[in-house]
Design a binder for this molecule. Structure first.
Ligand code: ZN
Ligand code: ZN
Length: 140
């Protein structure tokens, strides 16, 4: 069964003919705003295995510094995925349907978490990045 996902209103739907990899949560101030939450929750996908099933024309794209961007449903605002040069390489776990076979392995930038967030005990935490990383730029 392929992994599927979609936005809050249901207009945008996608399918992944492969696996989710390297799930992480970033608590930096940029991710808090971009994902409308205490942190991001994302996983990597192989761009070749990702395809839109519906609503691709409804996507709104914000490309920031370094050429990395986010794509949203223009109707409901769900942050669906991260793109580089138009290719989807990361998805927001909150928009993935069902119970995919993956767990968040790393909590990044916990040194910049919101004052109101309580990080659960026992999770793997890093004050900033775990390792040098290409992609969506994070900041304290
Ligand atoms: Zn939507
Ligand atoms: Zn971040």
């Amino acid at each position: 069964m392929p992994i599927t996902g979609g936005c809050f209103c249901g207009a945008v739907q996608y399918q992944i003919n492969g696996r989710l990899r390297d799930a992480k949560s970033c608590h930096c101030s940029r991710c808090r705003k971009a994902f409308n939450a205490q942190a991001s929750a994302t996983a990597l996908v192989d761009p070749a295995e990702f395809r839109w099933l519906s609503g691709e024309s409804l996507l709104s794209t914000y490309v920031g510094l370094h050429g990395y961007g986010l794509q949203f449903c223009s109707l409901c605002g769900s942050t669906l995925c991260t793109v580089c040069e138009g290719q989807v390489f990361q998805v927001s776990l909150g928009c993935v349907n069902g119970s995919p076979d993956i767990e968040i392995a790393q909590h990044l930038y916990v040194g910049s978490k919101a004052s109101w967030e309580v990080i659960p005990e026992g999770v793997t935490q890093y004050i900033e990045a775990a390792a040098p990383e290409a992609g969506w730029p994070h900041t304290r």
